[in-house]
Design a protein around this ligand. Structure first.
Ligand code: GDP
Length: 637
């Protein structure tokens, strides 16, 4: 019998069983190690004597409950394929096919593990509520069989630890050691998480080491991580960030497995690390504590198998299950704008199965799955529980840590996201009106989150006693239609920070009189809004056209920068103005002028009938013959 099977039988965590067996002198390494029958019996006897055999009490009760139900399915310890098929009333071939789907090639006489028998029975439509598992003596050892349609799932692991202790190396080493990952033709790609397969079981690793990602997700209420691998360098010991990581893990109530890394180094001292761990209330198992410590070398690829085994063992204890009948649910772990693909996000699916074409909502973003790409860079049709998958088809880049939910249609997704926005805004708005406050509502779009957050904080800090600055939405990416619609419905001003407005958005903004302002320096934006807040009763700003230029030639000076060789046909073009690019009378781009030059010199302004080079922030689509309209914001009245 394997160690984990024995653990299940006696109702104790595998970890404890292994520890106790070691005390009995049984040589055992992992929960997959085989244990002789004699040793098993001795162990069970010992537990019985010590009164530790947990299942004893529940057995009687459960047995009677089984006796009451005549139509239950009692799966014995060693059940053959044929026997199971008869018991659940299906054709043996159907059952064998189900097993093949799991890469198990069995004949009718093959004996199955009870957990597997249960899972397959459920898959073949057997009611999980009616299944019980028994051991050889027909004593029920497991009655807590999952709710309807639930299955066990792979653990999701986050690696934490002090800087330079080898988190990145360890993640790389594990990834490269994975057989499936190095399959011919498969490209590993960074999508923020990856899956490795060990002993036919999966473990998912979040590929962003460090605790920032973990805490920011937790701050949003997302619980993604099941186990934390705490990396401690054997030559350096516990350092400040190690302690921070321990505290995060404890606060989140997530179990820790310690990887004592760099044991290849001459000055490695694993014992010292264990001593330090004990001082942090993480006493290693071999010292009588509860913490699993594994010695590894990420560089020499030593001890990795053992680490993975220990993670599986921890998983067994956690008994991670998932409701397969639930709609696909997950959490966003990465989000970006891709030049070719648009808004892309990596989501770890935690429940249900996400399929191509499914409509979804994630915070205020919604969309429809246009493509699913797995961690090996392959396009897939669906993604089940505990699967990281890159999703194409978001309306805009969602926030990291945001929840993800598949819904029945795109219409429902849109409605839900609009309702969320309205609710968010409505609540704030009403509160403000009620207390006689004036509210300046803002929508902020930026190119990177690193600039949006400080900007939002500084702007919100501008709130005064009677005037409140209310940021109703912020996000990465260009200003799109939904931003403008939201601004229009809530009377908000849109601030674009090093981003431009999309053509569709411009049309709606024009129609609905939505004000869009562009900035590339935080200070400028804050200063401008400050003036607005302070002088809220003063005349408003209006847009004044100051000149037009015709694009005559396009120079590509780098992959992302285009310069429009232009001729100023009317008025003047100023370096600090906002440019609207129009094609056949329609706006196709709006943004700030990033550079203005006369020959080789920077210019503050260029007057009519002169030629100049105009650089447009982030503008990728310019054609000869396009018109650049320059405008500035001026106080009205
Ligand atoms: P991180 O900051 O925790 O992600 O650490 P890195 O993975 O970037 O590793 C920091 C340094 O430690 C690098 O120079 C690695 O080459 C080195 N390193 C990582 N793991 C090992 C190891 O097992 N043995 C040795 N000798 N060096 C290691």
């Amino acid at each position: 019998m394997k160690a984990h099977e024995l653990a299940k039988k006696v109702g104790l965590p595998s970890k404890e069983v292994i520890k106790e067996l070691k005390k009995l002198g049984v040589s055992i390494k992992t929960h997959m190690s085989d244990i002789e029958d004699d040793a098993c019996n001795l162990f069970i006897e010992m537990l019985r004597e010590e009164g530790k055999l947990k299942e004893q009490k529940t057995v009687k009760k459960e047995k009677s409950s089984l006796d009451d139900s005549s139509d239950g399915l009692l799966i014995p310890a060693n059940i053959a394929v044929g026997q199971l098929a008869t018991m659940i009333n299906v054709n043996a071939t159907a059952l064998i096919k189900k097993l093949i789907e799991r890469d198990i090639f069995a004949n009718v006489n093959q004996v199955l593990k009870p957990e597997l028998a249960v899972e397959v029975a459920i898959e073949l439509g057997y009611d999980p509520n009616l299944i019980r598992v028994a051991d050889e003596k027909n004593v029920i050892v497991r009655t807590k069989i999952k709710t309807k349609g639930s299955l066990s799932r792979a653990p999701i692991v986050t690696v934490m630890g002090h800087v330079d202790h080898g988190k990145t190396c360890l993640l790389d080493a594990i990834r490269n050691a994975d057989v499936a990952g190095s399959e011919k033709g498969s490209i590993t790609q960074h999508i923020g998480a990856y899956k490795v397969n060990i002993n036919k079981r999966d473990v998912v690793f979040i590929d962003t080491p460090g605790h920032e990602a973990f805490t920011s997700m937790r701050a949003r209420g997302a619980h993604v991580t099941d186990i934390i691998v705490l990396v401690v360098a054997a030559d350096d010991g516990i350092m400040p960030q190690t302690i921070e990581a321990i505290n995060h893990a404890k606060a989140a109530n997530v179990p820790i497995v310690v990887a004592i890394n760099k044991i290849d180094k001459a000055n490695a001292d694993a014992e010292r690390v264990k001593q330090q761990l004990s001082e942090q209330d993480l006493t290693p198992e071999e010292w009588g504590g509860k913490t699993v410590c594994v010695e590894v070398s990420a560089i020499k690829k030593q001890g990795l198998d053992n680490l993975l085994e220990m993670l599986l063992l921890e998983t067994d204890i956690l008994e991670l299950t998932v409701d397969t009948s639930s709609p696909a649910k997950g959490t966003v772990i990465e989000s970006r704008i891709d030049k070719g693909k648009g808004s892309v996000a990596t989501v770890i699916i935690q429940e249900g199965t996400l399929r191509m074409g499914d409509a979804f909502i994630s915070g205020m973003c919604c969309g429809k799955v246009r493509a699913l790409i797995n961690d090996k860079g392959k396009r897939v049709h669906e993604a089940g529980p505990s699967t990281p998958v890159e999703i194409l088809g978001f309306s805009e880049a969602p926030e990291i840590g945001e929840g993800f939910l598949a819904v029945e249609s795109e219409k429902v997704a849109k409605e839900m996201s609009l309702r969320l926005e309205a609710e968010k805004h409505g609540k704030r708005g009403n509160a403000a009106d009620f207390s006689g406050l004036k509210v300046v509502s803002l929508i902020i779009k930026g190119d990177v989150r690193g600039s949006i957050e400080p900007l939002c904080n500084s702007l919100e800090a501008l709130s005064m006693e009677k005037i409140k600055v209310n940021i109703i939405h912020s996000g990465i990416g260009s200003i799109n239609e939904s931003d403008v619609l939201l601004a229009s419905s809530s009377g908000a001003i849109i601030l674009g920070f090093s981003v431009h407005a999309e053509s569709g958005a411009l049309e709606i903004a024009e129609k609905n009189d939505v004000s869009i302002r562009y900035y590339s320096i935080i200070y400028e934006a804050v200063d401008n809004i400050k003036k607005l807040v302070e002088g809220l009763t003063e005349p408003e700003y209006k847009k004044v056209l100051i000149g037009k230029a015709e694009v005559r030639q396009i120079f590509k000076i780098s992959k992302t920068t285009l310069i429009c060789g232009s001729y100023v046909s009317e008025g003047k073009i100023r370096r600090d103005c906002v440019a609207t690019l129009t094609r056949e009378g329609k706006p196709v781009y709006q943004g700030k002028i990033s550079s203005l030059r006369r020959f080789k010199n920077d210019a503050k302004e260029v007057k009519a009938e002169l030629e100049c080079g105009i650089g447009l922030d982030n503008c990728k689509d310019v054609q000869e013959g396009d018109i650049i309209e320059a405008h500035v914001m001026e106080k009205e009245g």
